[in-house]
Design a protein around this ligand. Structure first.
Ligand SMILES: Cc1cc2nc3c(=O)[nH]c(=O)nc-3n(C[C@H](O)[C@H](O)[C@H](O)COP(=O)(O)OP(=O)(O)OC[C@H]3O[C@@H](n4cnc5c(N)ncnc54)[C@H](O)[C@@H]3O)c2cc1C
Length: 400
């Protein structure tokens, strides 16, 4: 698949990161992980902490799939609001999913502190405004449900919003729990630390076939070498669909711009992550290097040529939408990129196994909150493979 346009900002900023060899010998390992994006890196890192020997293999350079394009907002609010998710999966499961996403932000913060390269992690509030007057009722309902579930958030009125953010919107939810970490930088930090602890990483190595033999799996790679493993993790991002018997993803195209550096430390109230109730939604965040990232204007299609051809027009639209909210900020687009992303029916990820593929676990953090889902996937898989009971595994299973 063509997952993104050529020059996402994270790639320009951080360059190649660490490089890894391609696989040029046959290998045996406890666990093989296909995919060295943020998901594969997190899974491998969690396994190696438990002393489980893992080998991570990627057909591209590490982190160069969707991870390089990510705008890296960390929010527990998934694309499906809690009041709608309750209708789809029931109140208990919906609330638990939200709570796990919130916890994963803090878990990721802790992980970043443990990594020797110290990828920059910022805790930020998250602010969702009502795009239209007719979305206020839903937002109030959402507020009531989330408060009841114990979330720390405030319902802001139009004057509150004007005072804190400077723009006119009828209502909004300000949540205390959110964050920011660059997924691409973090991926390299995790892989490097994992490698220092004994994890094996090979990039530029495509897995061309998976054989299910005896008690484990045998991966065939493009150079003719094999990897034998007792367990397999599929962390191939949106390219994982090929390994599943049923279609679970809907593919979209999304667009992002980043401003020139603006030499200010606070652009709006606590530099909160900002998004809205409209679907598709506009979102924005300030970055540690004093730029502003704005994304959205999604299209419901997978067509990389059309997606990339749309980029100049979508960039102008994003800049225009930002300047309407913040006319006093002299935003000038410095870089723009486009990517593909996948959503699921209920907005939740798929984490678990299917009968057709024994000894195989899928870690598919589809949706706007892919990074927090990847943390949950890594924790669930670590627990399953280390024999620890984790009662949350049904929440994201394929037969939910
Ligand atoms: C523009 C954009 C903005 C986003 N913004 C956010 C955000 O703000 N917050 C958030 O949480 N999420 C966001 N996401 C989603 C998030 O970026 C993704 O969920 C995440 O990057 C997926 O990581 P991954 O490791 O699962 O997939 P990938 O990064 O795509 O990694 C999968 C890897 O598997 C490899 N692979 C596939 N098939 C094979 C094979 N056969 N053999 C070997 N290797 C293989 C690929 O080469 C790839 O590197 C955004 C996504 C996009 C595109």
């Amino acid at each position: 698949m063509d997952l993104r346009s050529d020059k996402p900002y994270a790639l320009l900023r951080h360059g190649l990161g660490y490089v890894y060899p391609s696989l040029r010998k046959n290998l045996q390992a406890d666990v093989a992980i296909i995919g060295a994006g943020i998901t594969g890196a997190l899974v491998g890192w969690h396994l190696i902490q438990k002393g489980i020997q893992a080998v991570v293999i990627d057909r591209r350079h590490a982190g160069m799939g969707s991870t390089a394009a990510s705008t890296s907002l960390l929010q527990y609010e998934i694309d499906t609001p809690l009041h709608k998710l309750i209708g789809l999966v029931g109140e208990k499961n919906a609330v638990l999913s939200y709570l796990l996403c919130r916890q994963s932000i803090y878990d990721l913060h802790d992980i970043c502190k443990q990594l020797p390269t110290k990828p920059s992690f910022l805790l930020r509030p998250s602010f969702q405004f009502a795009s239209y007057n007719n979305s206020v009722k839903d937002l109030e309902r959402e507020y009531g449900l989330r408060k009841r579930a114990g979330f720390n958030l405030q319902l802001l009125s139009a004057p509150d919003i004007k005072q804190r953010f400077g723009f006119n919107k009828p209502a909004g939810l300000l949540s205390a729990d959110g964050g920011l970490v660059e997924a691409y930088e973090l991926t390299h930090a995790l892989l490097k630390h994992g490698q220092d602890k004994g994890m094996l990483v090979y990039d530029n190595t495509m897995v061309t076939n998976i054989d299910y033999e005896g008690k484990g799996v045998v991966l065939q790679t493009e150079w003719g070498y094999t990897v034998e493993a007792k367990q397999l993790i599929i962390a191939c991002g949106y390219e994982s669909q090929q390994y599943l018997p049923k279609k679970i993803e809907r593919l979209h195209s999304t667009y992002t711009i980043i401003s020139e550096p603006l030499y200010a430390t606070e652009f709006w109230y606590e530099n909160a992550l900002i998004w809205e109730t409209a679907n598709p939604y506009l979102y924005m965040r300030a970055s540690p290097d004093q730029r502003i990232v704005v994304g959205g204007k999604d299209d419901l299609f997978y067509n990389p040529a059309r997606r990339d051809a749309n980029l100049p027009r979508k960039s102008k639209q994003l800049e225009h939408s930002f300047c309407r909210l913040f006319p006093h900020i002299p935003f000038r687009t410095d870089f723009a990129w486009a990517g593909t992303f996948a959503s699921t029916r209920d907005g939740l990820p798929y984490i678990g196994s299917i009968p057709e593929r024994p000894n195989t676990w899928f870690a598919l953090g589809f949706g706007g909150n892919g990074i927090t889902f990847s943390v949950i996937a890594a924790q669930l898989i670590r627990d399953m493979l280390s024999g620890k009971k984790n009662t949350n595994n049904q929440l994201f299973s394929f037969n939910r």
